[in-house]
Ligand binder design. Structure first.
Ligand SMILES: Cc1ncc(COP(=O)(O)O)c(C=O)c1O
Length: 458
């Protein structure tokens, strides 16, 4: 084991393949259903929204999928990303644990989101798409796709959750700088948005609503526009596995192997990105790394939700998938980790959690910001509030190792920086943040609105 702090790969070490968990998963996800017929979706149905290459990746069971050279060229702007040993944090905690983090915050827009935005834009461009629609919560995903569409010379419409649109003007301006059009959702541009505004002109929006609007615009564009999603879908998780593939090589450089891998979960993509290559090693190579997905107590889809078929969006236009869900009618509390405020969870990750291959834990907001500030003071990087959930659990693991006198190797994903989240940090520093436990009764109520699916027992 070396005394190095950063473990760097060369550009020539940039992975050439993404890893597809669906080749190896002992619990393949249930079929994706058409929201109207509730029958398994056909490529024709999906092709209204996505280019065929992405649809093929969505249903692929090939273990490795080649990363196109054009995508690798753009990845080289920021990949391979560093693996860092958080030595100063270890010292602050006085722990025998070794803490490593994969630093995805070094991408040009500050998060892991370009790992899938770039290939999604590439495959759309190759299929002749002229424009894309998407939603964004806090703006990390919208910014990443705005950058990617700008690189491939395509137009982009972003439906941004209204509360974030108003609270986070800098992310909006960042997207507009790339040439994207950004709208505060619910908007009057869609039938669904107009119906919501007629009921409540002050509707602050949610990710589920913004997805519905972006899907409606693409689906009614007569084939001119396609839709792009920043998490949840198989192809998105696939693209993110470049994180874990690099991390495996870098842990090797460090001469260690993680006992536990930790990541935050919104729709599940950055967690799956770092964890699935390690899960492969568990399944095929006899490793025993614990994989821990961390969610907020305000949006506890895995720890409090049901494992059931549900719509991906509020208007019931997106496909129905079997996943952990708080119900598509879920309206999130105004916690600051905007990227974690989604009602569902990626189907492959849900299946793996349900079968016990992956653990899940929920952490409250104030403890999360405490961890974020400790990390900032120790390592100098101010994390995205989303990523801070992973830091909370990494610190708890390190403290537990200390209490037990164990050496434990902990790896977490720093999915993004928090440079545009200063208002959240200010609220924390002023003592204005509150913890929020999502009420059990609300989950129960939402379960009444799940779609009735014959094969629900599947
Ligand atoms: C920095 C950051 N981390 C994590 C997430 C959560 O998404 P996912 O679970 O798909 O990684 C987001 C979503 O916007 C994000 O911006």
């Amino acid at each position: 084991m070396s005394d190095q702090t950063r473990f760097m790969l060369n550009e020539t070490d940039l992975p050439k393949f993404w890893y597809n968990i669906n080749a190896d998963s002992p619990v393949p996800p249930a079929p994706v259903l058409n929201p109207m017929t509730k029958e398994p979706v056909t490529p024709d149905f999906l092709s209204v929204l996505f280019p065929m290459e992405l649809i093929m990746q969505e249903v692929s069971i090939e273990r490795y999928i080649q990363i196109p050279e054009e995508v690798r060229e753009i990845y080289k702007l920021y990949r391979p990303t560093p693996l860092v040993r958080a030595r100063r944090l270890e010292k602050m905690l006085d722990t025998p644990a070794h803490i490593y983090f994969k630093n995805e915050s070094v991408s040009p827009v500050g998060s892991h989101k370009p790992n899938t935005a770039i290939p999604q834009a590439f495959y759309n461009k190759a299929a002749g798409t002229k424009a894309i629609t998407t939603e964004t919560g806090a703006g990390q995903w919208g910014t990443a796709l705005a950058m990617a569409c700008n690189f491939f010379n395509m137009d982009l419409e972003v439906y941004m959750v209204k509360i974030s649109y108003n609270q986070k003007p800098y992310r909006r301006i960042y997207m507009q700088t790339f040439g994207a059009q950004v709208f505060a959702s619910p908007t009057d541009r869609t039938q669904f948005g107009r119906a919501l505004l007629a009921k409540d002109p002050e509707n602050n929006g949610s990710l589920g609503i913004a997805i519905s609007e972006a899907v409606e615009v693409a689906a009614t564009s007569g084939g001119v526009m396609k839709y792009s999603l920043g998490s949840v879908l198989n192809h998105v998780l696939l693209h993110q596995t470049i994180i874990g593939e690099e991390a495996l090589k870098q842990m090797d450089l460090a001469g260690e192997y993680p006992d536990v891998v930790v990541g935050c979960v919104g729709g599940g993509s950055n967690f799956a990105g770092i964890a699935y290559p390690f899960l492969r090693q568990n399944l095929k190579d006899g490793q025993r790394t614990r994989l821990v997905a961390v969610e907020p107590t305000a949006t506890p889809s895995i720890t409090r939700g049901a494992y059931a078929f549900d719509y991906g969006d509020t208007a019931q236009m997106a496909p129905i998938v079997k996943m952990y869900t708080l119900g598509h009618t879920f309206m999130p509390a105004g916690i600051h980790a905007g990227g974690l405020r989604y009602h569902g969870m990626a189907p492959s990750l849900s299946a793996l959690c349900n079968a016990g291959y992956i653990d899940a834990v929920a952490v409250p907001q104030i403890g999360t910001f405490q961890a974020a500030v400790m990390f900032t003071k120790a390592e100098g990087i101010i994390p995205a509030p989303e990523s801070a959930h992973a830091i909370r659990v990494a610190i708890d693991e390190a403290l537990d190792a200390k209490a037990k006198g164990e050496k434990r190797v902990i790896l977490f994903n720093l999915s993004g920086h928090g440079h545009f989240d200063m208002m959240a940090y200010q609220a924390y520093l002023n003592g204005e943040l509150e913890d929020f436990e999502y009420p059990v009764a609300a989950v129960k109520e939402a379960m009444q609105h799940l779609p009735q699916v014959e094969m629900a027992a599947a």
